[in-house]
Design a protein around this ligand. Structure first.
Ligand code: KET
Length: 428
């Protein structure tokens, strides 16, 4: 078919050297100064793992649960919820603040089924793009409405916390958390830092299953922390990405938050369904801020929505449907609780297996911390150089801070992993 004359004219124009283009080429190129970004310390590990053709390769980098065959898991409760969604529910936009039902259920999980704060409508809450999105929304809110505030972040922490508050332009400080020698909590250091921070500081706390250390304060220690926060009028922001993964019971894992609530704090909370419902890629989460009264909560929620609107307009619908269907239905909810416990138990079993394997290889080091630590991760104490050897010589992929995602350890790979760890740690 003959080309229409106008189309031909456009094609001619497209190939003819334009004086403008020539000038642009002569000047520095528009994006010439853009350097490649550094690899993400966690997600970069997955990229490297995928690129490795070795049949022996093991990924214990990202915190994503695998079954004992090393395969990703879709929970039965999720499959059932999806069956109910298919063909029945529409995919219209959610409101800017997300699904009301999903938010209601999320608040019950974090604040308690019969929470007075829910009844009094004192909580400003919006559905968020999983835990990351909830943290970022809070950080942006903090920057907008408390522009002189800073955020105190534990040392160490999930690497992305630093990026989130950096990009929200909130100045960061750190506080003592981990004690490398004992591989436990540096409680004295932690309390000192809480006391020494200016009154009314913002603190980021991991609600349970601290990432990367697997070390949580005891209930008694949480009470002391809460008391000191009260004295100092600090604001606790809880990142709860692993509710259910510490003890196997989401209710028990909310204990720290409940202690702060009992003590009359206002709190913030980021919830994620990535791990405990296995909804990683669905980006289902919730941000909540406990306010002084209902009027304040309405105002705060409206501002959170206003931050969301130009950024992503409204959150994704599918994950929120899955979450609200499961948590609304007593049968599905108890199935979920059983499945969460099952995931937590498999990880605990793998901790034991890894430790026993290392001990039976005759390792002269103590590996008690593998079973003492809780949640998804083992903070092994290996150096970046030892981790590099694991990767280069054994095709074992993990973050360079020595964190092992126990969720990726299986009956099939634990002996291989233990042997490689023994080989790289037996000589200094
Ligand atoms: N908080 C913590 C403490 C956390 O470990 C993660 C994820 C998140 C929030 C965010 O998860 P989300 O998928 O946005 O709900 N951590 C794992 C994955 C990642 O780095 O993105 C990890 O540490 O491997």
């Amino acid at each position: 078919m003959a080309m229409s004359s106008s189309l031909a004219a456009i094609r001619r124009r497209a190939v003819a050297p334009s004086p403008l283009a020539a000038r642009a080429r002569a000047m520095a190129s528009l994006f010439g100064h853009v350097e490649p970004a550094p690899k993400d310390p966690i997600l970069g590990v997955t990229e490297a793992f995928l690129a490795d053709p070795s049949p022996d390769k093991v990924n214990v980098g990202v915190g994503a649960y695998r079954d004992d065959n090393g395969k990703p898991v879709v929970l039965d409760c999720v499959r059932e919820a999806e069956r109910r969604i298919a063909g029945n529910l529409n995919m219209e936009y959610l409101p800017m603040g997300g699904s009301i039902k999903m938010i209601e259920e999320s608040l019950k999980l974090a604040y308690g089924e019969d929470s007075e704060f829910i009844k009094d409508k004192r909580i400003a809450a919006v559905q968020a793009l999983s835990g990351t999105g909830a943290c970022r929304l809070f950080a942006d809110f903090q920057r907008r409405f408390l522009p002189d505030s800073q955020i105190y972040i534990p040392t160490p922490t999930w690497s992305n916390h630093h990026n989130i508050w950096r990009d929200a332009q909130v100045p960061q400080r750190t506080f003592t958390y981990y004690h490398p020698e004992s591989r436990g909590l540096d409680f004295a250091g932690l309390m000192d830092d809480i006391k020494n921070a200016p009154n009314g500081s913002f603190f980021l706390l991991h609600a349970c299953a601290h990432n990367p250390t697997g070390v949580d304060p005891t209930e008694e220690q949480w009470r002391e922390i809460s008391y000191q926060f009260k004295v100092k009028n600090h604001f606790p922001f809880f990142d709860m990405a692993y509710q259910g993964f510490a003890s196997g019971d989401p209710e028990r894992d909310a204990r720290a938050i409940r202690i702060f609530l009992e003590d009359g704090h206002q709190i913030g909370c980021a919830q994620s369904y990535a791990k405990n419902m296995g909804l990683y890629g669905q980006r289902a989460g919730c941000l909540s801020i406990l306010c002084e009264d209902e009027m304040q909560a309405v105002a705060v929620k409206s501002q959170l929505q206003q931050i969301a609107r130009p950024m992503y307009s409204n959150p994704p619908v599918h994950g929120s449907l899955v979450v609200s269907i499961i948590l609304n239905d007593p049968e599905l909810k108890s199935l979920w609780l059983k499945e969460v416990k099952g995931m937590a138990d498999r990880i605990i079993g793998m901790r034991k297996a890894l430790r026993e394997n290392l001990e039976s290889l005759g390792s002269h080091l103590s590996w008690d911390h593998i079973t003492n630590q809780i949640g998804m991760f083992c903070y092994s104490g290996m150096t970046p150089e030892q981790v590099d050897r694991l990767t280069n010589e054994y095709h074992i992929y993990m973050t360079r801070n020595g964190r092992i995602s126990m969720a990726g350890v299986t009956t099939g790979n634990v002996a291989y992993l233990a042997n490689a760890i023994h080989e790289v740690t037996k000589t200094k």
